[in-house]
Design a protein around this ligand. Structure first.
Ligand SMILES: Nc1ncnc2c1ncn2[C@@H]1O[C@H](COP(=O)(O)OP(=O)(O)OP(=O)(O)O)[C@@H](O)[C@H]1O
Length: 370
């Protein structure tokens, strides 16, 4: 797909912002550098300031004080009196609700505001979002998920240099939510436009984000690669608590079709067995595993139904004050890291300690591809 931006080094921050804003009793105070590529998730509880921050980036609000730059371009500099209005920022915004024009067909909604070069990409984007069959329909006849897909298509066809998505799955039921999340994930992998994705749902954000910004009470609590933040004990509560998880990425190397299993190579030494996927051999896949779905053994057990037995080292552990009877562990598996959680009783009885070699036992069904 055509690239609407120049291709900066991945390490170059694309969006830099430093803003202060008072909204009634709420004070937003944020300094951030976000990467040029991939999906940056804004995550935090309701009222932490995610939407307010998004509105500042889009130019829908003008902060009292701050600087926002996107690549080489200054969008805001209050000291120099620079404020680029929203329609000149080339930032696509997808809100919680689709906000389509009710009297235009889907095709008209998509082409409204479409920049000329994007016309060649029309068919490609329509296909990517699976909305070919909807082009002649009126917005009022679309389901919630379909309308969101059209809204995403419209934002993309305006050739944005940055795409903002504010809780695009809100209000959809389980199946529709999963379907739209799949479309969005595929889209963000194929369209070379950085995305900021706002959500308060830990599972949703870990499925889609590459970089994560954790917001709390108008401030940035943490900002880093998602995989790195998921390993942090101090963010356990924020990032899912009981559902704390790790991510692993690898290459699909085999499908056991007779048993509905897929083999994923993390590197030359480590392979995972997962529920079967349709991902082609050679493609890369990201999988999520909950800390509570990992068991440990001191030696590799024989005759077990665990399909994954991985040699691991305990690199760190902690007992969190909110869960005194469990032990949170970090395991290294080659160059990869996994979170695990055991009862304190197992930890004591097995005589576990930092630096010990163990076998991590994981059922194949515990992995979710994302
Ligand atoms: N114009 C405004 N005037 C007064 N208070 C405001 C205004 N806009 C936002 N706020 C307050 O700022 C806080 C942050 O709101 P914001 O919508 O950014 O949070 P959020 O993290 O996106 O929450 P949610 O997940 O519920 O959408 C809230 O307490 C909200 O009531």
């Amino acid at each position: 797909m055509a690239n609407v931006t120049t291709t900066p080094q991945a390490s170059d921050p694309r969006l830099k912002l430093q803003v202060e804003q008072q909204l009634g009793d709420f004070h937003l105070s944020v300094a951030l550098n976000l990467p040029a590529t991939g999906v940056s998730g804004f995550f935090g509880p309701s009222g932490s300031g995610k939407t307010s921050l998004l509105r500042l980036i889009a130019g829908l609000e003008r902060p009292k004080q701050g600087v926002i730059t996107l690549g080489e371009q200054t969008l805001l500099d209050t000291r120099q009196g620079i404020f680029v209005p929203p329609h000149r920022r080339r930032i696509g915004v997808v809100f919680q609700e689709a906000r389509l024009f009710p009297h235009y067909r889907v095709r008209g909604n998509l082409t409204y505001g479409m920049r000329k070069p994007a016309a060649q990409r029309f068919a490609e984007i329509v296909e990517l979002l699976g909305i070919e069959a909807l082009l002649e329909r009126m917005p009022g006849t679309l389901s919630g998920g379909e309308a969101r897909r059209v809204a995403i298509g419209r934002a993309l066809l305006s050739e944005p240099q940055l795409l903002l998505m504010d809780e695009p799955l809100t209000g959809l039921d389980g199946a529709r939510k999963e379907e739209l999340l799949r479309y969005i994930t595929r889209l963000t992998q194929q369209v070379d436009i950085p995305v900021i994705y706002v959500s308060h749902d830990a599972e949703e954000i870990t499925a889609i984000a590459d970089h994560l910004v954790v917001m709390k009470a108008g401030q940035v609590r943490a900002s880093d690669k998602l995989g790195a933040l998921l390993q942090r004990f101090d963010l356990t509560h924020e990032l899912g608590g009981f559902d704390a998880a790790s991510l692993l990425q690898g290459e699909v190397v085999a499908h056991e079709t007779a048993y509905g299993l897929t083999h994923l190579a993390l590197d030359d030494n480590y392979q995972l067995v997962l529920p079967g996927t349709s991902a082609p051999i050679g493609s890369h896949l990201r999988v999520r595993i909950l800390a509570r779905d990992i068991a440990l053994a001191l030696t590799p057990p024989a005759n077990t139904s665990y399909r994954n037995q991985l040699s691991a080292t305990i690199t760190d552990f902690i007992t969190l004050p909110e869960a005194p009877y469990t032990v949170e562990l970090r395991l290294s598996i080659g160059r990869f890291f996994l979170r695990a959680r055991l009862t304190r009783k197992s930890w004591d009885e097995m005589g576990l300690a930092k630096g010990m070699q163990v076998t991590a036992l994981i059922r194949s069904v515990s992995f979710t591809a994302c």
